[in-house]
Structure formats: C-alpha cells, structure tokens
Design a protein. Structure first.
Lengths: 462, 469
C-alpha cells in the first residue's frame, strides 16, 4: 500500500506441532519444551532484539476432527495436542520485555465475556498497553463438546455469537469507566469517583451482563483487535471489528484482492481503509547464497510429516481425507469448519483441479520464502506492494527460525527500509497506527464512550 | 525441636487497592495503588521469597459490593475491591522472578466452564514447576451473579453442589485423562505422544457436559494444592472431601478450634486422614524492636481506618449512621437477617457499640502486636493450643507489613524451629506442605480417576474412535 516499513509478528502456539509438522524432531528444535516458561521468555527477548512488533499465539480448545477415523494422528504428531493456555504466558513475557506486543487467540466459546474482559484489562495494565486479542469463534466439534455443546455451532451463527461477545467487551472496556474516574487522593481518601463509573446492563440473546467493569481503564482500553479468516462472514466481521487481519494468501495477487475487498467493506461500515493492517503468514528459509537456501529448503522437506500436514487441514475443514487417494481432486465441499482454506487452495491451483496432495502441501510450502536475505527482501517488497502491512512469521523451529530471521534477514530489511530500525514509543496500537493509544472514533466500540452516563454503578436493581 | 509443628507462612493479597484494611492505602509510602503495574507483583514476589514465605495467597471477587447504602458508591470511593484485577494473570510474572514461592489463586466454580480453567491451571502449574494452589470459592456477591447472566446469587448449598461436580470434572481432566508416560517424544520414531495413554473423560452430569481429553500434559502436581475458605455445613462436607488447606477464622480461638475439629472429622468420614487437611488463619502482626513502638504503629494505622469501608465490605443492608448511637439494635428492626456478612447480631447491643466493631483493628482474633519474641510467642500459641498450621498474614501496609515480618519475626521463628532456614530445591508446593510427594495422596477422592479408572472410555484411538462416535 505504501513504502512504510513492514510490521513483524512471530506466529507461534503453546504446543509442539503448530503449522509445520514433524520439525520438532530436528536436533536443534526446542518447541517440544513448550511447558517451560524459559523457552517463551527467551524467544520474546530474541524477538524484541529483532524489532518484532508482537508475538502472536494461536490457540484451539479441542482436538481436530477425526482423521482416518480418529484423533490418533494428532496425538502421535504432537499436532496442537498437548497444548497450553497462551494467555497465561502474557504477564511473564510482558515483564521480560519492554516493547514487544503480546497477541493471543481466545475463542468466544471458552470464557464468559465479563471474565475475559477483566483478564485482558489486567494484562493490558501489566504490559503497559501491549496486549492484542485475536478474536476467534471455533471450528472444532470436540472443542464445542468440551464446553457442554452437542457439536459445532453453524458457521454464520458463530459470527453472530462473536458479534454479541465483542459487544459486551466493548461496553466494559470503552463505556464503563470514564478516563478520570480513578482519583487516588490520599488526602481526602477518595479512591475513585462513583459518578464516573457505570453499569453496562447488557441484555442480548446469549449474555446478560450488569457491570461495572472491575478494572480501571488500561492504556489501550480495548486491546488491539486481531482477526483471521476470510470466509464471507469472517470478512464482514473483520471489516467491522478488526484492526489487524491475519491472512494466509496463496500469492500476492490473492493478497491484493482480499485486502482490497476487506478494506472496502470496512469503508462501508464507516471506517477508514487505513484502520486495518494486514499480516500475511510466511515462513523463511534463509541462506547466505541461493544455493545454500535451496539446500536448506530441501532438507526441511525431509523433516516434514506430510501425513500430519494433511490431517491438520482435514481436521480444520472437518472432512476426513484420511482414507482418500492423495491425487483425488478436492472438488466442491460443504463444511461448517474453516472455509478460508478451500478458497485459498482454489486460488493457488488454477491450471488443473486441485488435489488432496495440494492440500497436504499447502501450509508447509505455500507460505515458504526461500533465498538470501536480499532475495527475501525482494519478495517482501512485492507483498508490501500488494497491500500487506506486516508479516506473521511462521516457524519450523523455536527458537531457531526466529534467531535466523533476526540475525540475518532483519539487518537487510532495515537497510532496504522494509523493517523499522527502532521501536516507536507507546502502546501496541500507537506503534502500529501512530495515532494514539485508543481505538479511533471510527471503530464501532467507541460508540459506548459516555453511553452509560445515566446508570450509576450498583444502583439498586429492579 | 524436630517434633515442632512448622508454620505455613502465606501473605494475604488481592489485586486491588483496598483488600481488607480499609482506609490504610492512604498511609505514607503504601504501595497498594501500584497494583496495576506488574512491577508491584514482581518486587513483592522477590521480597517474599527472600524472606522464606511459602506462598502468596490471592483473594478475589467478581463483582462489586453494592448492598450498603443501596449502591456501590462507598466501595468505589474507598477502593474497596474495585478496581479489582484478575489474580491469576499476575502469577506468571511473579513465577518468572522466583523459584520457590507458591501461589494460592482464588477462582469461582459458579460462573466459568471447568474445561478452560482446568487448562489454565495446568499451564500455570507447568510454568511454575508445581507451585500453584487454587482457592476454591463459590462467589457470594449478587452483582457478581448479575455480571454472569443470573438474576441473583445462586443459593448457598446449591453452589456447593455445583462446585462438587465442577471438581469432579477437573479431577477427571487433571488425574485421569493422561497417563504418566503418555509423552514419548521419540524423535527418531516420529512419535510425540501415545494415543493409547490419553483418553476423553466424557463427563455428563447435572451441571456440566465435558468431552475431553485434557489439553495440557500432566504437570508436576497435576491437581493444584486445593484451598477452601469456608465453615458452613455444606462447606465443611466439601472441605472434608476436597480441601488440602482450609483458610478459616471465626470470632475467636475457641470457635476456630471447633471448625478445625469439624473439618478434620469430615475428612476422616471422606476416607482421608485427619491431618490431610491443614488450617491457615488470618493473622494481624504489628512488630517492632520494642512493644511500645509496635503499639504506636498500630495506633497510627487505626487513625486512618475507614469504618465505612468495613460496613460496605460486610454488605450491611442498613445504615447504622442513620440512628442515634444509643439506640438498641432490637429497636431499629435489625435482626440476624440484616447483619450482613461476617457478623452475628446481639439485639441488646446499641448501634454505637455495633458500629465501634467495624474497623477496630484490635478485634482481629489472631493479633500479635509487640516485639519479635512476643509476636513469635503468640503465633506459637496458636499453632500449639488452637491447632492452626499456618497464617495468612494480613497487610496493613504494603510492603512494610511483609518487610517487618521478615526482618523481625522470621529469624525468631527459624530459631525456634517453626520456619525452615531455606527452601528445598525442586520442591512443589504440595510437597512442601505435606512432605508426601508432588501429587494428591491416593486416599483423596480426586485420585480415583488415575489411569482412567472410573472413566467411561479407554485410549482416544482404541478400541473405538470414542471422540468421533
């Protein structure tokens, strides 16, 4: 979109096998040690050394849908099981760093919005305004059944659920406390001003929440809002709510098309096209020569467990490909699972019907950028020109993938004006947009500012 | 010396300004208003570990105190547990700067689904290497209920019925879902975990339906150290079955001793040993090199105390200030139903006498004010005569209360064999308290699910695909 430096996030998960499966077995890979806090604190420090804007934690709260009839493959491969809660790492990472943003995924399924809003505000205080929330619904039937439901909620209904969920949190974050509510006057003994704290009295189809919010306004109030998924309902949700959108476009053309589409939708919702930043997921294989990079890429392929790759896509889409011939065309599929994946496969393979083998290779190969730091910079320029604002860096190894990127690629990107030389001050939102710590007035959450002035906190209920 | 009961030493904390000594946040150099900053917690954690504390015990509520005078106005002006931040969120940063300090985290079983909480606790137990305790509460504030979609408080005994099933779900996830050796991590054989050793829990009860499996692998303690803080009838049965540490009090030592005896009896009735439950009570300690200095310090604290804060905290449903102080309670229609929490009512008492009890720091049952030897004497008396096992140290001033205790009292208690001189390496919180290893003892109810016993399914991949059926 412009010649601004790109933003960088590290795309990780609190588990052994996140995106590129099988590489935990490499001798230098440490991701299987994810139970250990030091792994994450050390990684966060490495990322901060490299000027990364954020560490971005993916998450799911269940096992993927059966592959070859059951969940055996996921367990054997460590494919997102076992997995730990990413939000729990946040305060330790915040304490160990000064600038790094901390983005984590949380499904509307897993926690009541009142409690979730409170945890986010606590962490935004603790990190001095560096928290981002990746808003997700849920595409795993097992996750639904972990939370008392009989199965997956329909795709579009999940977004209606998310709409109400974020609405509750917006009311708590933006509307419940006025900026100067906290007085803390030792002389008079007045700690906070009762007249500036308000109940929200939310009543909707799923939630009834009285309030007030229990936490005073944090530096960002609403955390930076991430969203992923480019289904029809997902695009509409992103256009309304997201400040950062995570995409895994198969090529720059698709990225240009999708970013333009979502920006245009945002405008229709009264927002500016500049209110959204797009982060493309990419994995880098770096060599000091092109030949070395290719050799490393070939070697990486030898470690990849393609059966696990296909199981991941299969489980996410919710259709068991486990017994199918890899050369079977994918065809048209109806799914309540992740719809974006199928769209991207169709974008990628245009000269013939895409097959299951294409699906198996998609996340392992498609986002891979192989080359010298200079060649990587060339490719990133093309992504930037397509309207991408940032890169979510996928790893094959923790911490190796990031150490390599920080030590060898970032210096070249800085030379080329593709990465920032130093951190801008302030909150995560200020660093990304440069126009303050809080949501811009064009964001729908801001309609709750001052909206609850007539309902003092805790006045007797009817 | 060696037969002496060792003191469990916790600091009583809450992620807010005015936890339980209302008005004292105004004391010079009191740090409490820094609670939003993570550095408040990391500095505190380092201080406590340097002083040999066993744990920091974090209280919590999920609503405001809006009964007194019909609104939350008093609570908000006083900073009485509002703003009030999530306690569990600050633990990882404290864990990162310490190696031994334990964490007692309050969380309610009434409003949140068990699956996500089980996972959060296991994650915490992994990253602290086994230093997590959970203070199980069922929530009492009407506003809390209305924050989570209910019309009002869930009835007391029903809350314990829900909590009992909640715990059952958690034991299945923590103890039963993963076998000890499920993680193989065989790089050469491309096998990370063994599906035959991981199973769903397929829990279907009156309140919860949870499929599983648990998402984290077994942590050091699996089940965190289980705290409760109750002494009601339903609470006593619940504690007898579940609790490992009970945080309790009462108006005086005699009633505390009765509570302890009752819960030990309930534990035995639940198939446990009487000493499988340890008892911690709140302790007010004001210590200085001399008794006179300590008394002067207490007097300074008393001056800033805000009785209004105590009245609001007690959720008093009537306002004593609205009556002449000489009025008898029976004449203003105040009966035990309008006593609020924490207090019993004597109808012959006057409003003035009733009011005087609120915010009177000397009414603390375990209150030790004096020089280091006097304070240690009093703590030892409670250990040996009343039968407590430990204290939650009440803070008047943060961090002076903890600093004073560490400087003056800890050396004396160490000298007397009541506190250890150093931590054991690699010790979990449970092992430190009980000395019987990292896990729940076999005789605890939660242990019944080990190895998948009492669970409907076996491994997730055999003999039938249990999850996909």
């Amino acid at each position: 979109m412009s010649g601004l430096p790109l933003h960088f996030a590290a795309f990780v998960m609190n588990t052994t096998g996140h995106i590129i499966q099988g590489t935990w077995r490499r001798p230098t890979a440490r991701q299987a040690d994810f139970n250990n806090l030091d792994l994450w604190v050390d990684l966060a420090r490495t990322l901060e050394r490299g000027g990364f804007d954020a560490i971005f934690f993916a998450d799911v709260v269940g096992l993927y849908a059966p592959y070859r009839g059951d969940e055996r493959k996921y367990v054997e491969a460590g494919l997102q099981v076992p997995s730990n809660d990413p939000s729990v790492l946040a305060s330790a990472i915040a304490y160990a760093t000064e600038h790094l943003g901390i983005a984590f995924t949380a499904s509307v399924l897993q926690e009541h919005p009142f409690n979730f809003a409170r945890r986010i505000s606590t962490l935004d205080h603790a990190s001095k305004g560096r928290i981002a929330w990746n808003i997700v619904t849920n595409y795993l039937p097992n996750a639904s059944r972990n939370f008392g439901l009989d199965g997956l909620t329909k795709h579009d209904e999940r977004y209606a659920w998310a709409d109400e969920y974020v609405d509750v949190t917006y009311k708590l974050w933006e509307g419940s406390w006025e900026d100067d509510a906290l007085v803390q006057d030792r002389e008079t003994g007045v700690h906070a001003d009762y007249d500036k704290i308000h109940r929200i009295d939310h009543e909707g189809p799923r939630y009834r929440v009285e309030g007030p919010h229990l936490v005073s306004p944090s530096p960002q109030r609403t955390p930076l809002l991430f969203q992923a998924g480019t289904s029809e309902a997902g695009r509409t949700f992103a256009a309304k709510n997201a400040e950062a959108v995570f995409i895994v476009a198969p090529n720059v053309e698709a990225a240009a098309r999708d970013t333009a589409d979502i920006r245009a939708r945002a405008v229709r919702h009264g927002r500016s096209p500049h209110d959204l930043k797009f982060f493309q997921g990419l994995h880098f294989v770096v060599g000091s020569t092109e030949e070395e990079a290719r050799r490393k890429s070939d070697e990486l392929d030898e470690w990849i467990d393609y059966d696990a790759q296909l199981s991941h896509m299969s489980g996410a889409v919710g259709i068991d490909f486990g017994h199918e011939d890899l050369d079977r065309p994918v065809g048209q599929l109806e799914t309540e699972g992740v719809q974006s994946i199928l769209g991207w496969i169709n974008d990628l393979v245009t000269d013939r019907p895409p097959t299951l083998r294409d699906v198996a290779h998609y996340t392992a190969h498609n986002g891979r950028v192989t080359g010298t730091p200079e060649q990587i910079a060339d490719k990133l320029e093309r992504w930037r020109a397509a309207g991408v604002d940032g890169i979510n860096v996928v790893n094959a190894e923790i911490p190796g993938s990031y150490e390599e990127f920080v030590d060898h690629v970032v210096p070249v990107l800085r030379e080329r004006g593709l990465a920032r030389r130093e951190y801008a001050g302030g909150t995560l939102r200020q660093k990304l947009f440069g126009r303050g710590d809080r949501l811009p007035d064009t964001h729908p959450a801001t309609r709750y500012r001052g909206a609850f002035g007539t309902a003092p906190a805790g006045e007797a209920n009817p | 010396m060696s037969s002496k009961k060792r003191l469990i030493l916790n600091l009583f904390e809450m992620n807010c300004v005015s936890h339980i000594t209302h008005g004292l946040w105004r004391l010079p150099d009191n740090n409490r208003e820094r609670f939003n900053d993570i550095e408040y917690w990391t500095e505190l954690a380092r201080l406590l570990e340097a002083g040999g504390f066993d744990a920091v015990f974090l209280a919590d509520v999920v609503g405001t105190y809006d009964t007194f005078r019909g609104s939350a106005a008093t609570a908000i002006r006083q900073g009485l547990q509002i703003p009030n931040n999530d306690p569990a969120s600050v633990v990882p940063a404290m864990a990162a700067v310490t190696r031994h300090l334990g964490f007692g985290i309050t969380f309610s079983t009434t409003y949140e689904p068990p699956f996500a909480w089980a996972r959060r606790v296991s994650t915490l137990d992994h990253l602290t290497k086994g230093r997590v305790g959970w203070n199980i509460v069922t929530s009492y504030l009407p506003n809390a209920a209305r924050n989570f979609g209910r019309d009002g408080e869930v009835e007391h005994d029903l809350r314990f019925e829900i909590a009992d099933e909640y715990l059952d779900v958690l034991y299945k996830l923590w103890e039963g879902s993963w076998d000890e050796d499920a993680i193989v991590a065989d790089r050469a054989g491309n096998l990370f975990a063994d599906p035959a050793k991981i199973r769903p829990i397929d829990h279907e009860g009156r309140w919860f339906k949870v499929e599983g499996p648990h998402l984290p692998s077994p942590s050091r303690q699996r089940t965190p150290v289980l705290f409760t803080a109750t002494a009601s009838g339903a609470g006593t049965r619940f504690a007898g079955k579940h609790a490992e540490v009970v945080f309790t009090g009462g108006p005086d030592a005699a009633s505390l001793a009765r509570t302890i005896a009752g819960i030990r009896e309930a534990a035995v009735a639940a198939g446990r040993r009487a000493d499988d439950v340890r008892f911690v009570t709140m302790a007010g300690v004001v210590v200085a090199p001399t008794e006179a200095e300590a008394k002067a310090k207490l007097a300074r604290y008393q001056e800033l105390i805000s009785p209004d804060g105590y009245l609001a905290h007690a959720s008093l449903p009537w306002d004593p200030a609205a009556y002449p102080p000489e009025t008898k309670l029976k004449d203003v229609g105040v009966d035990s139903g309008r006593a609020g929490r924490f207090r019993s009512i004597d109808p012959e008492q006057t409003v003035g006498e009733f009011l005087a009890g609120f915010g009177d720091l000397t009414r603390q049952p375990l209150l030790a004010v004096g020089d280091p030897e006097q304070v240690a004497d009093e703590i030892e008396r409670w250990l040996d005569e009343v039968g407590i096992d430990g204290i939650n140290l009440l803070q008047y001033h943060s961090y002076d209360t903890a600093r004073d205790f560490i400087e003056f009292v800890v050396p004396v208690l160490r000298e007397r064999g009541r506190l250890r001189r150093e931590y054991d390496e690699r010790e979990t919180l449970r092992d430190r308290i009980f000395g019987e290893g990292d896990r729940l003892p076999d005789r605890h109810y939660g242990a019944r699910y080990r190895g998948g016993a009492h669970l409907p399914a076996s491994g997730i991949a055999d003999p039938q695909p249990a999850l996909s059926s």
